[in-house]
Design a protein around this ligand. Structure first.
Ligand code: ZN
Length: 139
């Protein structure tokens, strides 16, 4: 699997940072997270398959999912085909999303303005959480 972005924060600014156990290691310049090809490869592959398909069903585009998960949109496209995932086409609204840590998430839910008129889905994403918000009556 080709690396497009940091699996922790999605930044595309990462640099090579040594070889660990015969694998190229990278360091993200945005969040200082270390990762290797293997780390976002086989071992947690299935985790990302589920996440990617979940996001796809929530209405996000391949490019958006690529940006969030750091997985090539081609891989996501292949998974959608492989698992025969279909979603209804809905031109009227599109979800927005935020990546929050646990503290930010609790603050978000304390503000009722954030919740009224919208549905929210929260899903784990690495050590953070992704919040997908559906605004039902968007103008
Ligand atoms: Zn990062």
């Amino acid at each position: 699997m080709k690396i497009n972005s940091c699996p922790n924060c999605g930044s595309e600014k990462f640099v090579k940072s040594g070889i660990i156990k015969d694998r190229q290691r990278y360091k993200c310049k945005a969040c200082n997270y270390f990762f290797s090809v293997n780390k976002i490869g086989k071992s947690i592959d299935q985790y990302y398959v589920n996440k990617a398909l979940q996001l796809y069903l929530e209405g996000l585009s391949y490019r958006e999912i690529e940006r969030i998960l750091g997985i090539s949109h081609v891989s996501i496209l292949n998974w959608v085909k492989k698992y025969n995932i279909k979603r209804p086409y809905n031109p009227d609204y599109h979800p927005t999303y935020k990546i929050l840590n646990a503290v930010e998430l609790s603050h978000y839910f304390q503000d009722t303005d954030n919740l009224s008129g919208a549905g929210v889905v929260v899903t784990e994403l690495g050590d953070k959480f992704m919040l997908i918000k559906w605004e039902r009556f968007r103008n």
